[in-house]
Ligand binder design. Structure first.
Ligand code: PEP
Ligand code: MG
Length: 624
């Protein structure tokens, strides 16, 4: 550390946007805190006038950051800049990872069957069908006198060790993060207990209830079950064991809520399905239910009461049609069994047939490509049965610092070696995608500013380096090079001329590459005749196209464009019909099972989607 660094610590700030449906919840926040702790600088997060220590999990959670919110991140100290660069890039990756996981969604195939008996509508948590008697959750507590003599400090230590053990045992699957996040939360609560000289179980329980109550009303309210779960762990360590009384024969469980730690017990029982009143699709309980593949849903207490359900009687939970049928007829049960059977078969077929082409019933092949943001994604896409890469989002390959030409070339070459059919998008930065090493100007509306293809004018050296790395990495392999956010023919023509000039100056031949555009800006829809004369292909980016078409920001917390929007489908139909070059689709719409038949009806023949959805979408196409 230099003299000046020691005596004149640096400070820097930036604004970070929450772009995931479930907000900045426990898991990502815990991961962020653990990164922040690696730096000696003081790191604070500020939102709505409240500033908190970003190295303290409960403090960060108290900001109640929801989708669409932003917070200011301030770093001050000798490693401030380093911390800032690292945290900004880490945060971007976190948001992206959370979005890909779609933690709030239960991607149920859209089914259309109807039961005879009236059902109660449910909000699905985990997809599937359960047929079994309904049973209400019963819990009892037993006390072990000897353990009661333990101190609070000893009990917290034991609870922390138990959570770490669960984390180790779950390593490699999504559950592992949850136990680690709970461990981090307990550490911060332990710290508060120390500061406030809390020594009894009763006082600690009050602290936990207060913390949980502070989350009430915000999007993080669903995390209160984590606080209650920690309390259950501490109580257990102090001799009070919580036991679930579960039938030994198959059952569907009805409860207000469950603790995350209950799910393991349920998955070892005869439980066929779960109905909860007071949880959300993003709670850790919900995530664990999904990971355990227990069909489950949220049901309203009043609806259950109004229906007067009888416990112990056969019932059906069917999240493929978002229904709970409390008193099914014999025909209803037969229908549920038949559907369950076909769902199982379809899932097994999807996995088994993922490397086969996706042919519709009439024999038309739909090409299925992958959206890829990293080398790991590319490997996952290969394993999921992708037939190529339809969208390589290059802006996510290097988020921490500007990569050298050699590093870019190496990484591109690794990805290119996996597939023959590859569409690479040049850097799409700006709007919701920031790069910490890029000096983009401050704009009051960045979604309408310097972004996408406009970088060719604002950052020519950066674009030259990227193109050169792409050309060198591809060698003789033909690439489809795609420009993002194009809004006029001139933008495309200039960007292509720029690429040709780069190649010529470096003595490279690029005649084997094709050049095309993303269709994301509505102006393109009126310019297809002119574009047909210059481009080689099109790819429809429905995420941004819907945003600009309806003036609804794609990360908006309350507004959204529905997948089944008829105008979007009409636009796709017209593009496929009118354009003289191949048209593919790489927005999220490509993985919406709900509108797949309508999408296929538009005439689109190439879809690009994330690896996780590929086997299912291929299998669904086979039934269209
Ligand atoms: C789109 O806009 O639909 C798209 C695929 O691009 P991105 O989501 O990367 O902006
Ligand atoms: Mg886009």
């Amino acid at each position: 550390m230099g003299f000046f660094d020691r005596f004149f610590p640096k400070s820097c700030s930036t604004v970070l946007h929450i772009s995931t449906k479930s907000g900045f919840h426990l898991r990502p926040a815990a991961a962020f805190v653990s990164e922040a702790k690696q730096f000696s600088s003081s790191i604070t997060a500020e939102n709505r006038g409240k500033s908190v220590d970003a190295k303290v999990l409960s403090a960060l959670l108290s900001l109640n950051l929801e989708e669409g919110d932003h917070f200011e991140l301030h770093c001050k100290g000798t490693d401030a800049q380093e911390a800032m660069d690292h945290l900004v890039a880490f945060f971007d990756r976190l948001m992206q990872k959370e979005q890909e996981k779609h933690p709030g969604q239960c991607n149920t195939p859209h089914a259309t069957h109807r039961y005879q008996n009236p059902g109660i509508p449910v909000t699905p948590i985990a997809y599937g069908i359960a047929i079994a008697p309904l049973c209400r959750l019963e819990i009892s507590y037993t006390t072990n006198g000897k353990k009661r003599e333990r101190t609070l400090v000893e009990a917290i230590k034991e609870a922390k060790a138990a959570l770490l053990k669960q984390h180790r045992e779950a390593s490699g699957n999504d559950d592992a993060d949850i136990f680690l996040a709970q461990h981090a939360l307990l550490e911060t609560l332990e710290e508060r207990a120390k500061q406030e000289k809390i020594e009894t179980l009763e006082a600690f329980a009050t602290l936990l209830h207060e913390e949980a109550a502070a989350l009430e009303g915000g999007i993080l309210a669903s995390k209160k079950s984590d606080y209650l779960d920690l309390l259950a762990h501490i109580k257990e360590a102090m001799g009070e064991t919580r036991s679930l009384h579960l039938p030994e024969v198959p059952f569907i469980l009805l409860a207000d809520d469950l603790l995350p730690s209950d799910i393991e017990k349920l998955s070892q029982s005869a439980c066929q399905g779960v109905l909860l009143h007071d949880t959300s699709t993003t709670s850790h309980t919900a995530i664990l239910l999904r990971n355990s593949a227990i069909p489950s849903a949220i049901i309203s207490k009043t609806e259950i009461a109004a229906e007067g359900v009888t416990f112990g009687e056969e019932s059906i939970l069917d999240t493929t049609v978002d229904q709970f049928i409390p008193s099914p007829s014999a025909e209803d049960i037969a229908l549920a069994k038949k559907t369950e059977d076909s769902v199982r078969r379809s899932e097994a077929d999807a996995a088994k047939r993922r490397f086969e082409p996706a042919l519709t019933k009439s024999g038309k092949q739909i090409k299925i490509l992958a959206n890829v943001s990293s080398l790991e994604d590319a490997h996952a896409a290969k394993e999921a049965g992708a037939e190529g890469i339809g969208l390589l989002r290059t802006e996510f390959l290097f988020t921490q610092q500007k990569p050298s030409l050699e590093l870019q070339e190496r990484r591109y070459a690794e990805i290119f070696s996996l597939f023959e059919d590859i569409t690479v998008r040049t850097l799409d930065v700006g709007g919701d995608k920031a790069l910490p090493y890029l000096d983009l100007p401050h704009e009051s509306n960045p979604f309408l500013g310097i972004r996408g293809v406009r970088l060719f004018k604002s950052h020519p050296a950066l674009m030259e380096e990227q193109l050169l790395a792409l050309f060198r990495a591809a060698e003789q392999k033909p690439l489809k090079i795609m420009f993002p956010m194009v809004s006029s023919v001139a933008e495309f023509v200039d960007a292509k001329a720029f690429a040709q000039d780069v190649a010529a100056r470096h003595g490279l031949s690029i005649a084997h590459h094709r050049f095309g555009i993303m269709i994301e800006v509505p102006s393109i829809l009126f310019l297809i005749d002119a574009f047909d004369k210059v481009v080689d292909f099109y790819s429809i980016g429905t995420n941004d196209l819907a945003q600009y078409l309806y003036a609804i920001e794609r990360t908006h917390p309350t507004l959204s464009v529905p997948a089944e929007d008829p105008l979007l489908l009409k636009i796709i139909t017209d593009l496929v019909k009118d354009a003289k070059h191949p048209v593919s689709l790489c927005g999220e719409l490509a993985s919406e099972t709900k509108v797949l038949p309508e999408l296929i009806e538009t005439g689109i023949e190439t879809l690009s989607l994330s690896a996780a959805h590929i086997p299912t979408i291929k299998e669904r196409i086979r039934h269209v």
